[in-house]
Design a protein around this ligand. Structure first.
Ligand SMILES: [Fe+2]
Ligand SMILES: [Fe+2]
Length: 356
């Protein structure tokens, strides 16, 4: 008589386990995470959607983003900020900028649900959006915490400001997934630059807590930029002409999100610019040009994307020089053989030419 098979258990460690082993595995994962386990390269499963190539790239890109976030970039508002080092001498300008940036982050409900509706059919983009929402949700919370702990705002002031903001709703500035990924790529780099520049002020004013807050937040923004940048590169490889036209259009129309919805934004914007944190000139030099350079597009595409002729030529010339340098370095690595007796033929001549 044969025994009936035992019920299938969840496969937590790559193989079937008995219930005791499984309980031990669950306990270990909950208390220690997966530290020390082999670092496997994520692979996207094949799927048969209409946009299968995009989907494969986006999902694989999301898995890389997620794995990296889980391994290196998760941070806790309570545990990872040295709150005892909050200064009570921060300037009013710094406080106003922190409050303004936290206000931009407060439109999270609109950012998440409106973009989610647009990308709903893409697993890679939708799952990214869910993770993005979690990470962004901490940004307004941690900035508000600093405003209260530093004594620059009372809890009541923060709540009243928050209530004002939540009365307005942000709308999508562009109507297609391709235009929106270009928009979010630009916006994430600009936001990262805002926080990096503000961090310099925090350092100058001796506020180690705010400096650490801004370091974590700008690391998140930089990871978001990278995800969107990889997505735009996918569009460039699969729909080059349409994507370049959209890049031009979105750059020309770009404005940071929700500013029209935030009270006194004109005054806030002037303060931010006067403090050297962000402004229109910075947008052209530190956002538009670096992004176009970063996308690795051709000289003609740079011009078609709206970069002025001389700037496009300078960017393309630099890219060509870098490509030539890389090719030369590869050539040297390929044919270089370290000197030594075994590299010599019996006749005393090298079998392969060594570049000095
Ligand atoms: Fe953010
Ligand atoms: Fe972000």
């Amino acid at each position: 008589m044969t025994e009936s098979p035992s019920p299938r258990q969840p496969d937590l460690a790559g193989e079937r386990q008995d219930p005791d082993q499984e309980a031990a595995t669950v306990a270990r994962l909950l208390t220690q995470g997966r530290a020390g386990e082999p670092d496997e390269t994520p692979r996207a499963p094949r799927r048969g959607s209409v946009n299968a190539q995009f989907e494969e790239i986006f999902y694989e890109s999301f898995l890389k983003f997620f794995k990296n976030a889980e391994a290196k970039r998760r941070w806790s508002i309570d545990r990872d900020i040295p709150w005892e080092k909050t200064s009570t001498n921060a300037s009013d300008v710094t406080a106003l900028i922190v409050e303004s940036f936290s206000a931009v982050e407060m439109f999270l409900p609109d950012y998440t649900h409106r973009i989610m509706e647009l990308v709903r059919r893409s697993r890679g983009r939708a799952w990214f959006q869910a993770n993005w929402g979690y990470e962004e949700s901490k940004h307004s919370m941690v900035l508000e915490d600093w405003l209260i702990r530093s004594g620059k705002r009372t809890e009541e002031q923060v709540r009243a400001f928050e209530n004002d903001l939540l009365g307005a709703e942000w709308q999508l500035p562009f109507g297609t997934p391709r235009q929106m990924i270009i928009y979010t790529m630009i916006q994430e780099l600009a936001t990262g630059l805002n926080y990096t520049n503000l961090r310099r002020r925090a350092d100058d004013e001796g506020d180690a807590a705010l400096a650490r807050v801004l370091r974590w937040v700008s690391a998140d923004e930089s990871a978001h930029y990278n995800f969107f940048r990889r997505g735009v590169k996918a569009y460039l490889s699969l729909e080059p002409e349409e994507t370049v036209a959209d890049i031009k259009y979105v750059f020309e129309q770009f404005a940071m999100p929700a500013q029209a919805l935030i009270p006194d934004w004109d005054k806030r914007g002037e303060t931010i610019e006067a403090a050297g944190v962000y402004g229109p000139k910075m947008y052209l030099a530190k956002i538009r040009r670096p992004i176009l350079e970063d996308l690795g597009i051709s000289r003609q595409q740079l011009k078609a994307a709206g970069l002025p002729e001389a700037e496009a030529d300078a960017v393309a010339d630099r890219a060509e020089e870098r490509a030539a340098d890389a090719a030369q370095a590869l050539f040297q690595r390929t044919i270089f053989v370290p000197p030594g007796p075994k590299a010599l033929t019996p006749a005393g001549r090298r079998t392969v030419l060594a570049i000095p």
